[in-house]
Structure formats: C-alpha cells, structure tokens
Design a protein around this ligand. Structure first.
Ligand code: LLP
Length: 380
C-alpha cells in the first residue's frame, strides 16, 4: 500500500502525487510524439489549479466543456489556440468567451449550434474555427451513463445530417471547418473498441473527401480507461498500445493531424481520497465502517456503482481481516463506497485511502448537506 501520511491534515482530503503525474505526462509524451499526435487534456477530469499547472507546463492542449473551463485553462497557462471547446449545450455567453479568446475549435454538435456560432462570430468580426462532432454509432462497451457515441445518445451530428451540414457550412461565412471530432465514451478498457472507432472514422471521413473536403485534423476524443481494481499494477496506462491502435488503423490524408482529448488516463491514479473512520457498527451479516467522506466528496460509486480500491493506512498485514461495508455519513443508502470488502480490523480514528480518485473525484464533489469542501494536498 502506498504510504500517505496524515500530518495533522483535516479529513476527508484529496492527496495528489505530483511525481506520479509528472511520470505519467512523460510517458504520454514519449508515446504520442513519434506519431506527431497532439493531446488535449480534458479539464473536466480534474481542474485543480496545481494539477493544471503541471499539465499545461508539459505542453498539452486543453479540452474544455464550459466557458469557465476555457477561462481556467487560459489562466493555467494553456495557449488559447490549443483549446478545443466541446459540449452539446454551449450558451451564447460561453460561445462568446471562446470567440473573444480565439480558441482553436468549437467542437459543434448540431446544425443549430453552427448557425448560432456563425451569427455571434459575424457580430464580433471573427472567424470561428470548428470541428464537427460526429456521432459514429460505435459502442464503447462501458457504463451506459458514460457511453456517448451511439445514435441513441444526445451527442454529436448523425450521419443522416451530413448533407444538410455541408450546405450550411457553405453559407456560413464566419466559420472555418478545421476538423472532425469523435468521442465515444469513457473508461474504455478494450483497445479493440478504439480500432472499431478508427474504422468508422475512415468511413465517415470518406464521405467528406467525396465532397471535396479534407479535414485538417481528426480529433478522436478521449476515453482510455484505467485500472481501478489493482491500481498498483498499472499506475501509468499503456499509452504506447493505445496510440499504436490509431497509428495502425486510421487512414490519414497528407498533412492531416490527429488530436486526442484524454482526461482520466492522465490524472486518475495520481489522486487518492483519505478519510477517517468515525464509527464501526455491527450489522446482521456485515460490519459498517462509517467514514467521514461521502458521496459529496466522491460520487462515482453512488452514481456508476464504480469500484475504488480501499486500503487502511499503516497496515500491510492481510491477517485478521474482517468484512466491511464502507459507507459515508450522507442520509442516502447510495452513499456507500464499497460493499462486503475485506479490511484489517477497523477502529474509530483509523484512516482509509480510497484509490484512483484523481479523475472525476474532486471535480464532481458537492456541498450537499452543507458539507465543507474537502481540501487538496500534494506530494512530490
Ligand atoms: N472528450 C469529450 C468530448 C468528453 O465528453 C470526455 C469525457 C472526454 C473527452 C474525456 O474522457 P476521458 O479521457 O476522461 O475518459 N464522470 C464520469 C466520466 C464522464 C466522462 C465525460 N466525458 C466518471 O466518473 O466516470
């Protein structure tokens, strides 16, 4: 178990291993650079300023899904012209932020959105770079809440709208089509899914080529999954294998660039949530370890029934293990981090670490029940 010292910190708290994040960024670079692939970091996974600083320093672009994320990315040192702004429902105010800052692309998801961006850009005397977010109808084989690339999902432009989009683009004087964008889902662990995406991208891009449009770049989104069950066996995802799939299966046009929008794979393993056992309560078949973190600090188990490894700090021994449900203090039965797991005997005051919470942990926290926001600390 990774050693995380308490050092008088108030629980619950997030702790980020900046040295692991640095190594992850190095590996990402060495895996993507040989192919000339450009990676945008998806801020939605973790927008903690310290994390963003390190990531922007490593030279990645940014993938944002709100006006505030665009502003945060710029404040954190990401160049404006490296920002892709995605999202199925951008408000006029958010589009204006993107235009004011001359971002790289709006990844547009509907014909109506193209019209609105064209109109707003015209009023500001600007040309908006866009990428068409296309719904490729590819099954990501992940949790249905984080599947985005099926026709039944709200995301992207469907193939039956392409002809309309092309004629609209010809009329839109303040829009420059820069690329095609795809994102089929998150926590994808089967690389064959990405191969399937590549084959679909090739087919879709052919439609545009047949209509004399060669997209400057293909943005194939994010989605690379991480190891939640046994984090220590894969602290850094296999970026080499991931990028190789795209290198082997995407049919690129001359000068065409490939962009990615990775979030989870970059930050998930660098974060842990530390929580204190408040009470241990004996149930009929199981003991409840009631801890001071809840779904307010980490909602993933309640929302997606996701698994996060939990360890007792300061105990290496497998002996004397007992079955526990680890639950939070919130008045909802879904406020449960793990059911029927084996842990060394727990007592009031013991500290637990909930692993692999660097992505979609702190960012999804809330102050439901008027809870105080957990602090974040860093190790390097
Ligand atoms: N690009 C777009 C357009 C996205 O919607 C997402 C994530 C990403 C990139 C980054 O995907 P990643 O590389 O992190 O898989 N809250 C959920 C995950 C939601 C993902 C939403 N979109 C969770 O906790 O599992």
């Amino acid at each position: 178990m990774k050693k995380v010292e308490e050092q008088g910190r108030i629980t619950p708290y997030y702790i980020y291993d900046l040295s692991l994040l640095g190594h992850t960024l190095d590996k990402l670079k060495t895996a993507s650079e040989p192919y000339g692939f450009k990676v945008h970091y998806a801020l939605k996974a973790n927008s903690n300023p310290e994390i963003l600083r390190l990531i922007s320093e490593s030279g990645l672009g940014a993938d944002c899904v709100s006006g505030n994320e665009v502003l945060r990315a710029i404040e954190s040192g990401f160049p404006s012209d490296s920002i892709a702004f995605a999202g199925v429902g951008k408000s006029d105010a958010e589009i204006t932020i993107g235009l004011q800052n001359d971002i790289f692309t709006f990844n547009v998801e509907s014909t109506q959105e193209i019209r609105v961006i064209d109109d707003l850009a015209g009023k500001m005397g600007k040309t908006a770079g866009i990428a068409l977010r296309i719904n490729p109808n590819v099954n990501a084989k992940t949790h249905h809440y984080i599947t985005t690339g099926l026709e039944e999902n709200k995301f992207g432009i469907n193939s039956w709208e392409f002809v309309e989009v092309l004629s609209l683009l010809q009329k839109s004087k303040n829009i420059e089509l820069k690329g095609l964008h795809f994102h089929i889902g998150s926590q994808i662990t089967e690389l064959s899914v990405f191969k399937g995406l590549c084959l679909r991208v090739n087919e879709i891009q052919q439609f545009f080529i047949d209509h004399h449009i060669i997209p400057g770049h293909l943005n194939v989104g994010g989605g690379l999954g991480v190891e939640y069950e046994q984090p220590d066996i894969a602290l850094i995802p296999d970026f080499k294998a991931f990028f190789k799939v795209f290198h082997e299966h995407l049919e690129l046009q001359p000068q065409q660039q490939v962009h990615f929008e990775l979030g989870r794979a970059i930050v998930a393993q660098s974060g842990s949530l530390v929580t204190k056992v408040l009470f241990v309560k004996k149930g009929i078949n199981v003991n409840f370890a009631i801890v001071d973190a809840g779904m307010t600090e980490l909602i993933r188990p309640a929302l997606y029934q996701s698994f996060h490894k939990i360890e007792k700090i300061g105990s290496e021994s497998e002996k004397g293990q007992t079955v526990y449900d680890v639950v939070g203090p919130i008045c909802e039965s879904s406020d449960c981090f793990a059911k029927r797991i084996l842990l060394p005997e727990l007592n009031r005051g013991d500290l637990l670490v909930i692993r692999t919470t660097g992505a979609y942990g702190e960012v999804m926290s809330s102050n439901y029940n008027l809870r105080t926001k957990a602090l974040a600390y860093y190790t390097s």
